[in-house]
Design a protein around this ligand. Sequence first.
Ligand code: PHE
Length: 434
Amino acid sequence: MEKNRPSWSSRVTFILAAVGSAVGLGNIWRFPYIMGQNGGAVFLAVYLLLILTICFIPLFAELVVGKFTKKECIGAYEAINPKFKFLGAMNPITGVLISSFYFIVGGWILNYIYLSFTSSKITDYGAYFGSFTQSALIPCILTLVFLFLCIFFTARGVKKGIEFANNVLMPLFAVILVVLIAFSLSLPNAKLGLEYMFKPDFSKLNAHMFLAALGQALFTLSIGMGALLTYGSYIKEDKNITKSTYTIIFSDTLFALLAGVMLFPAIFSFGLEPSSGAGLVFVTLPYIFSQIPFGGIVSGAFFILLLAAAITSGISIIEVPVATMTERFKISRINACTILFFIISAISIPATLSFGPFSEFKIIGKNIFDFLDFITSNFLMPLNAFFLCVIAGWFLKIKGGTFIRNRVFAALFDFGLKFVVPITLLLVLYIGLK
Ligand code: PHE
């Protein structure tokens, strides 16, 4: 084992960092818009079903593989069997691809923080979002600023960089969400939004929805790109990974549901389109803020806290390739961060321009941004999660009984890890991509 590997200062710190990784743009930005594109309540039902029955298994397995091997992704897979190192390498690669679109949205948040504090005369937020994202220069600069912020914290290392953001800012964020929910529910027609979210029409069920829900569930829980494996590898003493797993899942789902209950009533009340895509949050929220007393301050506070949540997730995404570069290739942390800054920028900039100058450039019918999002969430993450379960279940031979006291649950876990989850992941991938 490496002597200089980082480690968490306490069990609580680890849980907070893992929750900080999970709760981010996936909950507030991606969840509502993917749900809006996939028919609302039916999607939510499928999503919750997948989280409760399937997702906790790969989440748990990632933590265990990390904790037992105490290595970054390639080394961890290699320690189980040298043949698997290439599968391990898919994790940091997926991480780089995710950061290349995730950080663009981080840049959008920076813009909305600025807007909150300037007295802008915007009346049509939909049109504003369109023209802003098309405008090329500012979004590119802001993407790089956000990338720099995440890299900066990552370069400072595991303890100093990550702990403050998680300990203080996340609880504050939950409070502000609750205040906004109260306002949103008081709007005329708020009931329509709640119905859209909670009254499923099962006739709308389809295979693509399962893939979209699986992609969203993995994305929001940070499963399938080694983030939790890497964080798990920094655990020293924690024996109770089961409890950590539940905490991560519970908090992440709570934040996603809060985001939905905050947005959908407002979307219906303002007559916006739930299926309008990636701009949904950035159009709806400014409308809400423009209606409430002290809207500018509330808006500023909200976007700053969202920025903090996005940074803690962004750090965990970057930490995966950084850990691989420092441990495996013996590059110093600061150099690894610098190299990554350039690699991620090289992919992010064309992706940022895919809303403007490069909008005609399409891969499988999608612009670069949507393509990166789709290929990572709906293909690479499920695939990585599949390999992880197979490796953990059949080669590392994790036995549920080691961690789960109840014998029935332990046996169910073993069966799930070896058979049910890998088969389901492959099946959803196959049917959804067909
Ligand atoms: N789960 C994070 C979010 O919801 C994104 C993320 C994906 C983080 C993959 C780490 C790994 O915003």
